[in-house]
Structures are given as structure tokens and as C-alpha cells.
Write a protein that binds this ligand. Structure first.
Ligand code: IPD
Ligand code: CA
Ligand code: CA
Length: 266
């Protein structure tokens, strides 16, 4: 695995775990792409869709994790949880962006965040339709094999700059920035902020599995996270599987407060 040098905090078995996680996400991604023509869709209580493929990907990942690491805990969106006593917790979103996946759009992905002793430590987010793998450990992050560095796009005057927003942003906020994009996957939006493609991302209220995989990338990219009210974000508050009480804003640290002031609730 290019770019990773084991340090005192990264044990060799942890590097192996991250390599395995990427293999598992690629395998699950092939399955999800192959199954796209034969989907069964149901709707959950919150009216969001879930397919046989969301459940199939979750089963594949849970099987791999529990066979390789029987003492690890798993918290997964579709409910296949494992409560063990180990220090490591996997936060899994089998498909983030299910609506886009069903519609045949490209921006959806499979997310595996790895928390150690309750702290977001490592993770991978793979977008099978476009072959993009985002992965990180501790304070290092990579887009495929390319290191993620502090953002060069942190200037709101940059003509390429955009804020990634949920599809209902126009009904909730006045956003005084000239360019918004809504691609259909919160995890992709967050990965694009880490990569410096999006200047910032506003989320809906979210779950730990929507964000855990991107937190190491944010450390690498010097991207901050704050609730839209300005309140500090603590991922540990979501470890019981609850949804955050507020939307979040992700942006490079030096502009996050400037961007937050551009977003006013309606
Ligand atoms: C969805 C995506 C989407 C967000 C929805 C989420 P899911 O995740 O992240 O971007 O707007 O609120 O539910 O349900 O496809 O895992
Ligand atoms: Ca999902
Ligand atoms: Ca999700």
C-alpha cells in the first residue's frame, strides 16, 4: 500500500486491516454494479429507499469483518450489528446515495469507518461506478494512491469553488454563495471537500456511518466540521446509532466560519 509508513500509533495489523477493508469494498462494489438491473426496493419509516443490494453489501462486509476480526464491533445502517468488547468499531454504510444508485447515477459509494476506543481512526469510502477509493488512517488520507493534502481550493473567490448541498437545501436555507452542487451522496460530498474539489459541504442531520470514514481524510486535509449552529461536532455522540440533531458543515479550517455565515436557515 503506497504512502503508508507504520509508526508507533499505526500497528502493522492495522495497515493490513485497511488493505483488507479496501479489498472488501471493491468486491462489494462489483456486486453492487452487477446487481443494478435486478433491484427490489422497499421504503423505510423515514421514506428513504433500501434495496436488496444495500442488504447484500452489508451482509458481505459483516461476514468478512466478523470472520477476520471476531472481537470487533459493527454498527451498520441496515441493522446487522455485532456488539463485542473489542476496541475497534466498524461503522458501515453499505450504500450511501441509494437513490442515485437506483436511478443509475454515478455518485454513490460504500463506506467503512473504523473507530478505535471511540475515536475515528481509519476508514475507506469507495465509489464503484467511477472507481474512486478514498481512504485514510490517523492523520493521513489518500484519493486512490494520491495523498490528500491541505486544500488549495480554500478561497471562496476561486472561480471553481462550490458548496455541496443536500437536494432539499433550497427549502431550508438561504445560501449566499454563487455555486451549489447536489450530487446525491453525503459521503461523496465530504470526500470531495477533503480532496479539495468542493470548497465546503452542508449535510442533512446524519449518522456515524455517513461520516466516520471521511474523518481521517479531514485531518489530512485540515478540514473542520461544525454544526450549522456553530456547536462543536463530537462523533462520539453518534456511537449509539442515533442521528445528529443538526446538519453539519465541513470546510477548510481557515474559511469554515466565513462559509458558516453564508448559510442562513429560512
Ligand atoms: C443518503 C445520502 C444522501 C442524503 C440522505 C441520506 P443513504 O444516504 O447520504 O446524500 O441526502 O439523507 O439518507 O440513505 O443513501 O445511505
Ligand atoms: Ca445507506
Ligand atoms: Ca448514508
Amino acid at each position: 500500500m503506497a504512502g503508508i509508513i507504520a509508526t508507533q500509533t499505526q500497528q502493522p495489523w492495522e495497515i493490513d486491516m485497511l488493505r483488507l477493508a479496501q479489498d472488501w469494498l471493491r468486491e462489494a462494489g462489483e456486486f453492487a454494479l452487477a446487481q443494478r438491473q435486478s433491484l427490489n426496493t422497499e421504503y423505510k419509516e423515514d421514506h428513504s429507499p433500501v434495496t436488496n443490494v444495500d442488504k447484500g453489501v452489508e451482509s458481505m462486509l459483516v461476514k468478512h469483518i466478523s470472520q477476520s476480526y471476531p472481537d470487533h464491533q459493527i454498527l451498520s445502517e441496515e441493522g446487522s450489528n455485532q456488539n463485542n468488547n473489542g476496541d475497534i468499531l466498524w461503522a458501515i454504510d453499505p450504500i450511501d446515495g441509494t437513490r442515485g444508485y437506483i436511478s443509475g447515477l454515478p455518485a454513490w459509494g460504500i463506506s467503512a469507518g473504523i473507530l478505535k476506543q471511540g475515536k475515528a481512526y481509519a476508514g475507506c469510502f469507495f465509489m464503484p461506478a467511477i472507481g474512486e477509493m478514498y481512504w485514510g488512517i490517523d492523520n493521513k488520507g489518500f484519493f486512490n494512491e494520491q495523498p490528500i493534502l491541505p486544500s488549495k481550493n480554500a478561497n471562496p473567490d476561486n472561480p471553481m469553488a462550490f458548496i455541496a448541498v443536500p437536494s432539499n437545501a433550497h427549502t431550508h436555507y438561504e445560501i449566499s454563495f454563487r455555486r451549489l452542487r447536489s450530487l446525491g451522496s453525503t459521503s461523496a460530498h465530504l470526500a470531495y471537500v477533503a480532496r479539495g474539489v468542493a470548497m465546503a459541504a452542508v449535510t442533512r442531520p446524519l449518522y456515524i456511518w455517513d461520516i466516520a470514514a471521511t474523518l481521517p481524510l479531514f485531518r489530512a486535509a485540515e478540514v473542520g466540521l461544525v454544526y450549522l449552529s456553530g456547536k462543536h461536532f463530537n462523533p462520539q455522540e453518534l456511537l449509539d446509532g442515533s442521528r445528529s440533531k443538526e446538519p453539519l458543515l465541513a470546510a477548510p479550517l481557515e474559511i469554515i466560519e466565513l462559509v458558516r455565515k453564508m448559510i442562513k436557515p429560512k
